[in-house]
Design a protein around this ligand. Structure first.
Ligand code: ADP
Ligand code: MG
Length: 322
């Protein structure tokens, strides 16, 4: 049932209409908005916005949580296999929901292949791991993926090839994967914001992919003078993605390019683009590099509860494997 926005202090029917028009359809959306976002709506003052947000937070039960409650929330985390058991092991059982996971690496290191593979694996119930005390089976029924492609590298035929490699029908995977080609950062951000509409329209979106997260930003905001603006926009985009992961128990995957950075000790090192804005928003961060033949090495670093470690996987015709 829809939340009645007029229950919030200072919200009459006309403000409620404006909020709805602005995409604030329920208490949760308001509870997690910033004052700046709400004052963008005509007729809402800073003071009124603050009041609305606080009241919405109360209604949504947002605030301090006990350790027990947090543990319960952790139990609703489910995991998806990458296709490589070694890589899954580094992640303590697969890619986690309620988190943003980043795969960074040079061209050809396998980022896009992993993104394709997860779309396939999402359609295979045995590749999804969930504690059924914390997750209702229904939540994982008919899961769908959203693939925001900013580099034009999504290939349906590769999805079909991987699906057949895994012994399932490729058409099923394609039917359950929404693909959007974003030509610039505005489109990319808009598509990410529209995912909530897809969910509200009855699509059980459980996987969100941005391949690549940073290329549009990097192309559009060049030079020092544009850096602050770029990081601010990227920060907003990351916030949208984190909210999706949290509110809808989704997996969010982003790919990232690397840039050479001069390093005081080793001469040149590589680092993921986006700096702290991306670093703080992504819970799991991987660095991918090429190894011999079809082998790739994935290094996990900076995780809040997992040790830094490496996994070797392969990219074969069938997909991501050990
Ligand atoms: P990026 O990190 O740039 O996104 P990709 O994920 O596109 O890199 O990886 C490209 C690599 O994946 C290719 O170099 C190739 O080794 C491998 N690859 C792509 N398609 C196939 C396929 N059908 N069969 C086997 N390997 C493939
Ligand atoms: Mg790629």
């Amino acid at each position: 049932m829809a939340d009645v926005l007029t229950e919030l202090p200072g919200v009459g029917p006309s403000t409620a209409d404006k909020l709805i028009e602005g995409g604030y359809l329920d208490f949760m959306k308001i509870a997690t908005a910033t004052i700046g976002e709400l004052t963008d709506i005509e007729g809402i003052s800073e003071k009124a916005a603050a009041k609305m947000i606080m009241a919405a937070r109360d209604l949504c039960d947002l605030g301090f949580k006990s350790g027990v409650e947090l543990l319960k929330q952790r139990q609703s985390v489910w995991r998806l296999s990458t296709g490589s058991t070694e890589l899954d092991t580094v992640l303590a059982g697969g890619i986690e929901s309620q988190s943003v996971t980043e795969f960074a690496g040079m061209f050809g290191s396998g980022k896009t292949q992993i993104m394709h593979q997860t779309c396939v694996n999402l359609q295979i119930r045995e590749k999804i791991f969930a504690d059924l005390e914390g997750v209702v089976e229904e939540e994982l029924e008919a899961p769908k993926a959203v693939y925001i492609d900013t580099e034009g590298t999504f290939r349906p035929e590769r999805v079909v090839q991987m699906a057949e490699g895994a012994g399932i029908d490729g058409q099923t995977v394609l039917d359950n994967t929404f693909v959007a080609r974003a030509y610039n950062s505005d489109m990319q951000m808009l598509f990410a914001e529209k995912i909530e509409d897809l969910i509200k329209g009855g699509n059980n979106i459980k996987l969100v992919i941005i391949d690549s997260l940073t290329s549009t930003f990097r192309n559009e905001f060049t030079g020092r003078g544009k850096l602050a603006e770029r990081q601010q926009k990227l920060g907003r985009h990351m916030a949208t993605l984190n909210k999706l992961a949290d509110l809808y128990n989704c997996i969010v995957l982003v790919t990232n390019q690397v840039a050479a950075k001069p390093d005081a000790y080793f001469g040149v090192a590589e680092q993921a683009i986006g700096g702290h804005v991306v670093g703080h928003a992504a819970t799991f961060r991987f660095f991918l590099r090429k190894s011999k033949g079809d082998k790739r090495v994935a290094k996990l670093y900076d995780s809040p509860h997992l040790p830094d470690s490496e996994a070797v996987f392969r990219i074969t015709e069938k997909g991501i494997q050990d």
